[in-house]
Write a protein that binds this ligand. Sequence first.
Ligand code: URA
Length: 426
Amino acid sequence: MDIISKKNDGQTLSFEEINFMVEGYLGEDIDDNEMSAFLRAVYLNDLESDETIALTRSMLETGKVLDLSDIEGFKIDKHSTGGVGDKLSLIVVPLLAATGVKVPKLSGHALGHTGGTIDKLQAIPGFTTVLTIEQFKYQLKAVGAVIAGQSRDFTPADGKIYALRDRTDTVSSIPLIASSIMSKKLAAGSDGIVLDIKVGSGAFMKDLSDAVKLAETMIEIAKATGIGATAILTNMDEPLGKAIGDSNEVAEAIETLKGKGPVDVRELTLVVGSLMLILAGGARSIDEAKGILSKKLDDGGGLRKFREIIIAQGGDDRVVEDNSLLPMGIDKKIFHKGQAGYLRFKDVEYLGHAYRVLSMDEHGEYRPGAGLNLLKKAGDEVGAGEDLIEIVHSGGDIDLAFSYIDKGIEIVDSPMKEPLIYDIIR
Ligand code: URA
């Protein structure tokens, strides 16, 4: 096919050519083999900025777009490219709404070794993430924030192409990732978005230069499509916070909304939240925004808003006071290492895999209540045999989980700690 040969020759494709591929694939005029060849050509030859924007537009136009224009005020979204222990959406969504900014959020399930906001929220008894467009908009007006699952009606082309990328080993192409994420975000109808791009062994982007390229590509797409965007590059060479798992991450998010919680979770909440508030016009500088948001953490304003979201989405809001209402594994085990020294996360992805192993039963079905609780963070001094990680579970292959954890962490001679935030790109 001409279009595939052109891309294989390194030539630039027009919107019409890219749209022909996307529409054709969705309409089944183009089959899996042809689309695979096209994706491979893109993977090997990359896309120019205009082509990436064209691909995003084409995927966006093949599905529904949420029209929020009848809802007053700036609508702000956030997106994380995925990490281990990343529960930030559970905290910043209510926190921003507590300042009066509207936060409509469409989130996804866990992807690979990384967790998903939808799975975490479903740990709250009764909480539903399946909302009609009318319910979604009603709640956004009434409460100021809503978090629902992504429906297949939005960007169906991305759903189909993503599945094929998975089978053809082309997931890691930066223009394909950027257009996939941004088409879904644009379909959600916000006026602005903060992109939290995770970098490190627990992220999909393992190195900083790829992460910068992804950030720049996504910002170009946002500019071309008329929405505001800021990207922040953050460390995923260590899990975020101390909890890894659905129930325990909800509990940690609630602790943070009570003005407590791990230092890194609070700090990232304040910085990502500040970038959202600045984009929405609610503050001029990070310092000013941090002041506003710290107050909402410490006076319980964010927590009250979280409670309102839980009630509006049918959940049991008593979890805010009593986290024993969250499903919790029945058995606990402790992981330690023989040496003394300083804790270092060698490969965070393995901790994500350890959690996955414990949260699946023998039929591959989800088993609620599993979690890893870090008792030490990177750079902490540890004695020989000291408790490092508490593992909560109700079955699953505990030996495999232990071997994954063992691959994921090491004890080193001197304290090593990466910065939490690498860069902010506007
Ligand atoms: N998340 C997405 O939605 N798409 C990608 O391509 C990668 C991560």
